[in-house]
Ligand binder design. Sequence first.
Ligand SMILES: [Zn+2]
Ligand SMILES: [Zn+2]
Ligand SMILES: [Zn+2]
Length: 436
Amino acid sequence: MNYPFPRSGGITEDPCGPPNFLVVSSLQHNLEDDPACRFVFSPETNFDGILVLDSYGAESVETIVRETNSYVLPMANLSGAALPFADFQSDVRTSETISLAIEELSHIARRIQTLPDGVRASAIPETILLARAYSRKRVIEPVYDPSVRDCVIYPVAGLVDEPGRRAERMTNAGYFTRMFFDRLHACPDCGSSRLNAREECVACRSADLSDQALIHHLQCGHQSLEADFRQQGLLVCPGCNTELHIEGVEYEKPGTVNTCRSCGHVSSQASVGFVCIDCKSRHDSEAIATRDFYKYELTRKGERALITNEPWVTREKSTIGSSPQEAVIHQALRLHSRYGRPLAILRVTFGIDNREYISDRLPSDAQASNQLAAILHSETRETDVIVEAENGFFVYMPETPDDGVNSSSTRLRDRINATLPAGFDVNIKAMRPEDL
Ligand SMILES: [Zn+2]
Ligand SMILES: [Zn+2]
Ligand SMILES: [Zn+2]
């Protein structure tokens, strides 16, 4: 196969040299090199992006990415097969689509070239997420995908496992800010969001309902289903046997009711139920869990961590003892021990009761921690310092005597109980600086 490859006029030559793109395909394609890029055909060669040209390529590309740690690199998919994480998709393979693919690959590859070598070949999921967000419009955005149980995937996350959960934790650490995407229902038995929402009979839960109009004969007051009035194309009141002709004068239609074809129950309201397509279980709407999905935008802190290539876990550890908050705490502790200045400390921990049973209806640990942090920030003074700790937070309250701490902790407890859902167990304990 031969694709005369058009000269890409829009791409200026790069000081690092033109990028190499790995062509993954079962056939040898005669792709002509261009001033803007070179094509290579072996994963052993260095490459800056991947071009998948056929279904063989689509099947083997994931292995190539994993074996060569190319998680960050851009990918164009012209195979027609599904590769949701590819940066460029086209079902048709013409010299024009190849040209567009090259343009997109070059654009992302140039962004990636500005990153440290360790980032480009990183296999650390958090680094990959940061680098992919950075090189692709800064946002890790979810899209609907009915082929997975969650019904939502994050193509920008590439092959990173559980990108949503990781991005939540990274959001807590300040690397991303999140924006609401959608709330999806989830089966309480298996967690799937592939659910059929339907109207059901309130008596027998069958979905075999029919809508029927009601007719009210104004003169005699009889009201029943329109079907009861129908007699050979005429409307005849079953109460008084009068023929009815003029709606609004002789009779009115006050609304519709549901009749169940299964059990015959007639009701003005149907209830909503859900059937899980995956595990086939049926649940009332009250029993159905919901799950919120977010898109995550890279922050300056995240960008800095990426550009200096500090793996995020190490970075979190390395800040202990060196952050401005820590400095304030050390100062408060020194003032307390040396001059006896009052200093109150609250230890706020949270846990979730019965997590197994209600997990999907409760916020994730990361969401809960976020909500809790927001409450602590709004209910404490500017001079108080909040520090994340295992399973919760420490709140340091300089210049606060013992009686002040009791009212603070009562206020916090009330606010937390009013804000966080039930099943969410928060424990607030006052501590003395000496106990630390
Ligand atoms: Zn029924
Ligand atoms: Zn009547
Ligand atoms: Zn299910």
